[in-house]
Design a protein. Structure first.
Length: 407
């Protein structure tokens, strides 16, 4: 795959470095997109999933769990819990990787304009068209005789607009505009981040420690104020309150690695990160166990002094997040060496798959309500069908030149 081909297939994270690294990162981005689809596919089949509640009354749990189909399977709880700790952070990191090259190539104004087109337009489509279509089954499951008109009246009467997975695109746009603003005001601002990323090929543990420290501080402060699960909502814009700084740190870490260059950064060919992939895998497993234990312990000690858990919880979360991200970065950098036509297609369509998949997931879950098959089988069926439908739809839509330029 040429560098130009790799750049075109990079979705919102357009590639600009060595083709070998681009291949690994493109395939990793595609894999994380599959994790997103899988995450949403199994939420309906978790035994602990909360009932959606009244569509028109708080706390509007249907926004996160549009369909709940009992009895569920415990394995999906572990899978979703593992994903939730790290996968969006990794997406912000991967997005930040290509910011330095894009700013250098386009300049601050050109980069900001490109971000508005390639992120702003899909956000508007995702939030104002695809999200209402995706959430209709949740309303229909509660109001057996509710018409589409009744649904729209209920939707517009809600106190806020639920944009579904498009929230990530809006936050990524905001982070990109911040980067463009910094470039316009202080063109050399990336130099400091580049120094942080330089040498990570030889000392990835040092970069890991810095990322862990800063992200734990950011997450811990906001978690103490807002709690770990609350969302900040303003119109169609939303973000998990405790993770605002955490996500910004990961976006900045990606910029640092990208600014350091392909030879001295974390993902350098032959770097220590990839060579020690097995160590990162072990750390990721142990860190997830620790984070899960901390969350369980905090839950069963309600009423006890919470200061200890206010410290341990964010550290365990940040450790598990960073370890899982480094594990996947190491594995893909170590083992992705050759192109595969199927993976090339998946990578090229990953951005569109992310934008389109949620409606397919929720409608499939709705269609399987009452089906006499096990929860595990339903989760797998929804995942496979949603990937196939969103992938095929993305491939068809991207045959239109203007769509291909955006997605």
């Amino acid at each position: 795959m040429t560098t130009a081909t790799s750049a075109r297939s990079a979705g919102p994270m357009r590639a600009a470095a060595a083709p070998d690294r681009n291949l690994a990162i493109n395939y990793l981005r595609a894999f994380v997109t599959l994790l997103v689809v899988g995450h949403h596919a199994v939420l309906a089949y978790m035994p602990e999933a909360p009932a959606p509640g009244r569509f028109d009354q708080p706390p509007f749990l249907w926004a996160a769990f549009p369909i709940v189909d009992r009895p569920g399977w415990e394995g999906f709880t572990a899978f979703a819990g593992f994903n939730d700790i790290f996968f969006m952070s990794l997406m912000f990191f991967l997005s930040g990787l290509f910011v330095p090259a894009s700013l250098k190539r386009r300049g601050a104004g050109g980069y900001a304009q490109e971000r508005v087109v390639r992120l702003g337009i899909p956000f508007l489509i995702g939030a104002f068209l695809l999200a209402p279509l995706a959430y209709y089954p949740s309303y229909a499951a509660q109001a057996a005789h509710g018409s589409a008109g009744d649904y729209l009246r209920s939707w517009f009467a809600l106190p806020h607009w639920n944009s579904g997975p498009a929230w990530f695109i809006a936050v990524l746009l905001a982070f990109g505009l911040i980067a463009a603003g910094l470039q316009g005001m202080r063109p050399g601002w990336q130099g400091g981040l580049a120094r942080l990323g330089a040498g990570a090929d030889r000392k990835p543990a040092r970069f890991f420690a810095g990322l862990l420290l800063v992200s734990a501080l950011g997450y811990g402060m906001l978690s103490a104020v807002f709690g770990p699960i609350a969302w900040l909502q303003f119109g169609p814009f939303a973000i998990q309150s405790s993770r605002i700084l955490h996500y910004l740190v990961y976006f900045g870490a990606g910029i640092a690695v990208g600014a350091a260059g392909p030879e001295t950064g974390l993902l350098a060919q032959g770097g220590l990160l990839a060579r020690r992939w097995w160590a990162w895998a072990i750390l990721a497993l142990l860190a997830f166990v620790a984070a899960t234990a901390a969350a369980i312990a905090a839950g069963i000690t309600q009423g006890q002094p919470q200061m200890l858990w206010a410290i341990i919880g964010p550290i365990a979360f940040a450790l598990s997040c960073a370890a899982s991200c480094f594990m996947l970065l190491a594995i893909f950098r170590r083992f992705v060496k050759r192109q595969r036509a199927t993976l090339d297609s998946l990578a090229a369509n990953a951005y569109a798959i992310y934008l389109l998949h949620y409606g397919f997931v929720v409608w499939l879950q709705f269609g399987l309500l009452g089906a006499h098959i096990g929860s595990f089988a339903k989760g797998v069926l929804v995942f496979v069908a949603a990937v196939a439908l969103s992938w095929a739809s993305a491939a068809v839509l991207r045959r239109v030149p203007i769509v291909a330029r955006i997605l």
